[in-house]
Design a binder for this molecule. Structure first.
Ligand SMILES: CC(C)(COP(=O)(O)OP(=O)(O)OC[C@H]1O[C@@H](n2cnc3c(N)ncnc32)[C@H](O)[C@@H]1OP(=O)(O)O)[C@@H](O)C(=O)NCCC(=O)NCCS
Length: 179
């Protein structure tokens, strides 16, 4: 898990900041509810188990957890894990007021660069098939659908993949580190 904040775009105040303790947990929960609440039946995402899974991920350094900030304001989150050469994009979220301005694209390409740096060569993700906005977003960013899974309670999910380490990932790997 990295500890330095990363500047996302020159001449902007967009940053990725590592989430190393529980101060962002409520934010993570609220963002998760907004992202998935429409696709998951009520009661299937208990807050306590979600927070426990965050604690577990941090304790075991299983995932990279990041908060996207614009100046002082948290505007998104990112979570991924790497078990080289495989990697998994666990969460990507941009707050509604910041969407449609390229934030998701730059966060995702930075995530791909970090995955590549950690030895990840093929990344996968799960997304609700009904989340057409997100599926379209990932396709625009070079991810492809590989399989559709039916989960009887939570609805269909798509598995999407991307080969990591191409030219765009290498360019993003030069993203500057901030103290
Ligand atoms: C999906 C999400 C991360 C996109 O972030 P964003 O900052 O709005 O996306 P960007 O502005 O960087 O757009 C990047 C590309 O995706 C496409 N895209 C973004 N939002 C879209 C939408 N609502 N419908 C169709 N395409 C969309 C854009 O056309 C753009 O492609 P282009 O640059 O070639 O035109 C954001 O909408 C989000 O956080 N949604 C809720 C959480 C979620 O569903 N996460 C993913 C599932 S885990």
């Amino acid at each position: 898990m990295s500890t330095a904040a990363l500047s996302l775009l020159p001449a902007t105040s967009l940053c990725l900041r590592p989430s190393v303790d529980d101060r962002h947990d409520t934010l993570f929960w609220n963002f998760m509810l907004d992202a998935h609440g429409a696709f998951v039946p009520e009661g299937r995402m208990p807050r306590e188990s979600f927070l426990a899974s965050l604690r577990d991920k941090r304790a075991q350094a299983k995932d990279d957890l990041w908060v996207v900030t614009d100046g002082p304001d948290p505007i998104g989150l990112l979570a991924f894990s790497v078990d080289a050469p495989s990697a998994k994009l666990e969460e990507l979220y941009v707050a509604p007021s910041s969407r449609g301005r390229g934030v998701g694209r730059v966060v995702l390409s930075t995530a791909e660069a970090l995955i590549a740096r950690a030895g990840g060569r093929r990344a996968s993700l799960h997304v609700f098939a009904a989340n057409e906005r997100a599926v379209h977003f990932y396709e625009r960013c070079g991810w492809t659908r590989v399989v559709r899974r039916t989960l009887f309670v939570d609805g269909d999910q798509l598995v999407m993949e991307k080969v990591i380490g191409g030219a765009s990932s290498r360019a993003s790997a030069r993203t500057g580190e901030k103290s």
